[in-house]
Every structure is written in C-alpha cells, then in structure tokens.
Write a new protein. Sequence first.
Length: 166
Amino acid sequence: MDARQKLAMKNMRFNRYIMLRYALALFFFANLNWMIFSLPGRNLFVLLPVVMIFLALFSIHEFIVLYSSSQKITLKKTRLYFLSQLIMNSLLIVFSFHSGFYSRVFPFLNDSSQGRTAIVSLLALGLLISGLCLKKLQAIARNKDRGFRLFNTFKQSMKVSESYGE
C-alpha cells in the first residue's frame, strides 16, 4: 500500500467522526460567543461558558490524537463533553424561567417572552444535538455506525484493486 492509499484510509477512518467534530465546533463557538457577550455583565456566571470551552479543548485534543493515531481511541473526553453540554443546556432551560437567573446568565438578552423563547429554543436545539452526538459515540464504540461500514467497504475495495495490480 503506497502513501496515497494509506492517507486515503486514514481520512476515511477519521470521517466516521465528522458529525461529532462539527457539533463540537458549533458548541465551542456558541460558548465562546456566550462568554464574550456575558463579559460586560461582570458576574460569576461568565464562568459557565468558560468551563464549557475548557472542556471542549480536551475533546478537541482527543480528536487531534485520534487523527494521528492508528490505535482505537475510546473518546471518553468527548463523551464527557457532550454529556456536560446536555446537562448544562437542561439546567439552563429550567433556570431560564426564573427572571433573576435569566438576566444574570444572559445579560445581553432582554428579559422578555421573545428573548426567553429564543434562548430556550436554542438550548433545546443544543439538547437535541448533544443527544444525537452521544448516540453516535455509542454506535462508534460498538462499530455499529454507518461510517464504519463505509470504511470497511472502502478497505475491501483497496485490497481488491491491489490484487488486480491497479
């Protein structure tokens, strides 16, 4: 197998995680924006997005190690991150209905029914994405995901083309 084929195999194997990588990027930048917009509020609740960004960095590091390694990695930190995001979003939805909490956690939003509806909708979308990512991580751990089947098919086609000298 030449270098080009090895790189193709590596990229194909890493594509199993594409949904997780994009979701992680989405949450990273959402939490970064939340942190930046919360800074003028000058309260301790700005630490919530900081903690989530910090946890995301561990997960990002795990993906970097995953790409450079040929060994199977369990993505424990990524699972912990998406579970933390799921819990954080759940708690924020519940506490968003308390006026004092809402205005301290989201000082950049008006304390109105439209603002609450918007933030609860975004948090619910985050819950859905986190849940799907946890389900995807479970499927990957069991090799029951679509990406694994595609990777194996690709690997078999590489062996067939080598045996015919193509």
